[in-house]
Write a protein that binds this ligand. Structure first.
Ligand SMILES: [Zn+2]
Length: 391
């Protein structure tokens, strides 16, 4: 092969390949550069005088899936000013024993949902090298979007049990990961955002957690607060689940087992059930007045949520709340009370259709990352990796 092609294959400019050793598990490539006129870093004069050579082994990207080492014949020049200096290389940072492109590759591989260990193994470096490279990645505070969605997830990092995720609900982009969801922390964080920009935020989407609403009012005073649909729907799901559990306790054991197994029949939307399951569901409800009422309320609420017409949803919502409050079923009375307290945010969800849906995707990513990394003790690295894997 023409030597120029060999160079192209290696992908390093301005080098000469002197020898290649292929072993089963590694490739060693002996390289050097052509001597050239140098500028002395000490006095700025030109020099061509070579002082000596020394060989250095440098790790490079795996070639043919083998550990690859470049053995570089490093040249030292001497200058008329009396100083000596090492040649500089475009592919190597000073004092580093791996090529720049290997470092970039490691950083790139960290975008994938895999452990630092496996990245280290594939790139023939230590885990501590991978984590040092991870630490060089820096995602600073994001620019403030029009729609902010906030949600929490269980991270168990050194910073605490619950972490927050902020997402641009309109562009579906991750904004930031915060170490904890306490009001104190979130206040301090939002204060770092530009005030004028904060005042321009139009929507703030969150779950039914009072501190979120207080924060939104304090830091995004012009934002419409929206309660995330999936979070408030859950209250109806929990209510009917609790009705079923309560009734089960009074049942004979054979019937109790049946009701327990039939959990999904009751939770699934009735019109999504197969014909035979509809019959089974009907039968369960027939003998149970409370469960029948609960089921009717659940179906009704789901139907309101799925409607596209805000006016219908608004009227239906209030009608539902009033009916549930008088239903005589404590689980649904409690649910209706909660809905009444949060009615403004719930109605806004119907009106504006924004949800925390986009954060869900990130939550899944976080779960995978946690699993492959066997948890994530160091919060800053955890944050970097989540953002890094998302943009
Ligand atoms: Zn000099």
């Amino acid at each position: 092969m023409h030597s120029n092609c060999t160079r192209k294959l290696l992908g390093l400019e301005d080098i000469l390949i002197k020898n290649v050793i292929q072993a089963d598990s590694f490739v060693r490539i002996y390289i050097e550069t052509k001597p050239s006129t140098q500028i002395c870093p000490h006095c700025g004069k030109q020099t061509k005088r070579i002082h000596d050579y020394r060989s250095q082994t440098i790790k490079d990207l795996p070639f043919q899936l083998k550990h690859t080492y470049l053995v570089l014949r490093k040249r030292r020049y001497s200058c008329s000013c009396g100083k000596r200096f090492l040649e500089k290389y475009t592919f190597l940072a000073p004092y580093k024993r791996r090529t720049l492109r290997l470092s970039y590759k490691i950083i790139d591989l960290l975008r994938n949902l895999r452990s630092m260990k496996s990245v280290a193994v594939d790139t023939n470096v230590s885990v501590s090298t991978v984590s040092r490279l991870l630490d060089t990645i820096n995602y600073s505070s994001p620019s403030v979007p029009e729609c902010i969605s906030i949600d929490e997830f269980k991270g168990n990092t050194d910073a605490g049990k619950f972490q927050c995720i902020l997402v641009d609900a309109k562009k579906h982009r991750i904004l930031d990961i915060l170490p904890d969801r306490t009001q104190k922390h979130l206040s301090a964080y939002f204060r770092t955002w530009n005030r004028t920009q904060r005042y321009r935020v139009k929507f703030f989407i969150c779950d039914m957690w009072e501190p979120y609403v207080d924060l939104a009012k304090a830091y995004f005073p012009n934002a419409t607060i929206i309660i995330d649909k999936y979070h408030f729907i859950r209250y109806v799901t929990w209510a009917i689940e609790n009705v079923r559990k309560r009734l089960q306790k009074k049942m004979p054991s054979n019937l109790r087992r049946y009701y327990k197994r039939s959990r999904k029949l009751i939770l699934t939307r009735y019109n999504k059930l197969k014909e035979e399951n509809k019959k089974a569901c009907d039968l369960m409800l027939l003998y149970n007045d409370d469960l029948r009422t609960a089921h009717r309320l659940k179906e009704w609420f789901y139907e309101i949520c799925q409607s596209e017409k805000y006016k219908y949803q608004r009227e239906g919502f209030w009608e539902w709340v009033k009916t549930a409050e008088k239903s005589g079923i404590p689980e649904f009375e409690a649910c209706a009370k909660t809905y009444r307290n949060w009615s403004q945010g719930i109605l806004n969800a119907f009106k504006y259709k924004y949800t925390n849906g986009p954060t869900e995707g990130y939550n899944n990513k976080i779960k995978v990352l946690k699993r492959v990394s066997f948890g994530m003790k160091n919060f800053e690295r955890f944050r970097t990796r989540i953002i890094h894997s998302s943009i």
